[in-house]
Design a protein around this ligand. Structure first.
Ligand code: SF4
Length: 292
């Protein structure tokens, strides 16, 4: 672990984390909401620095990124933390629990990427912004080796740390879970406006694709899907949008997203956007027939 960037020391040994909109006020011995930052003797530490919970070579399309080095493979890794509490999290086993990790130094990860002929490193599966110091250090070194850096994120980060990271990331898939601020606040424990701000800022610097996981009864109304498409169109009609199929996971047991809902979302998207995709569907068993 290393001392965290972006925090303030308050009185009586308490610290305030300034990395994400939660602004956790953390007493000595305690951790923030993401479980990744701990107050030890009045110093905030990134306790997940270099602690990798997963490591594999993935097709870039799995991120999903369909317009960034298509057909390439990328070394993908993650920490075991997240700053949202999505009850339908599709990766809860590693994002919402202290799953076992293995320490991999930034230099070691980069060596591995070079040896495996990866186009770079993807910080993915959980929330890379709560792995901030490690992502920043590794991404800087990776660029020096000519590697690309990819982030797959929920977009929940404050502007100042985001701006420091901008020069070192090349592409991102940002999860936009809904355009309903109350849904973000009450169900996900996040802030919609901050996510939109992250998307607007990063679109000017990185290759951006957006993913929306459609969960029946939570975010699948025509009105919300239309608002989401309108927002994506507002940042650029060339921005790829992925509608992803939900399957019951973690605390949500409603049945998986009907194919008809995905087709309707696709239709709404194609009215305004050039690139709309449907993901997490077994095309061997489902005929999407998406021609419009
Ligand atoms: S990064 Fe973690 S500790 Fe810091 S404010 Fe966000 S949830 Fe809290």
């Amino acid at each position: 672990m290393i001392e965290a960037l972006y925090y303030d020391k308050l009185s009586e040994g308490i610290v305030k984390c300034l990395l994400c909109p939660h602004s956790c006020v953390i007493a000595p011995g305690k951790t923030g909401i993401c479980r990744a930052r701990k107050n030890i003797d009045s110093v905030l530490y990134a306790i997940n620095y270099g602690e990798c919970v997963s490591l594999s070579m993935d097709p870039i399309e799995k991120k999903p990124l369909n317009h960034f080095y298509p057909g390439s493979q990328i070394l993908s890794t993650a920490s075991n933390s997240c700053n949202l509490a999505c009850p339908f999290c599709q990766n809860a086993k590693i994002s919402q629990s202290n799953a076992p990790t293995q320490y991999i130094a930034p230099e070691e990860l980069i060596d591995m990427a070079v040896r495996k002929k990866s186009i770079g490193i993807a910080y993915t599966y959980t929330e890379p912004f709560t792995w901030y110091e490690y992502v920043l250090d590794t991404a800087r070194l990776a660029h020096k080796q000519g590697l690309k850096n990819v982030i797959v994120t929920n977009g929940m980060i404050n502007e100042k740390p985001l701006i420091e990271l901008l020069p070192y990331i090349d592409a991102a898939n940002i999860d936009l879970k809904s355009m309903d601020a109350a849904f973000y606040k009450n169900i996900l424990h996040g802030e919609l406006e901050q996510v939109l701000n992250t998307i607007r800022i990063t679109k000017k610097h990185w290759h951006i694709e957006i993913t929306n996981l459609i969960v029946p009864n939570y975010n699948d109304s025509i009105e919300l899907l239309t608002q989401l498409v309108d927002f994506v169109a507002s940042i650029g009609i060339d921005t790829p949008l992925h509608f992803s199929r939900y399957f019951p996971h973690y605390k949500v047991v409603v049945p998986h997203t009907p194919i008809e809902t995905l087709k309707e979302a696709y239709r709404i998207g194609k009215e305004k956007l050039h690139y709309v995709y449907i993901g997490n569907v077994d095309l061997n068993n489902v005929d999407l027939n998406l021609e419009l």
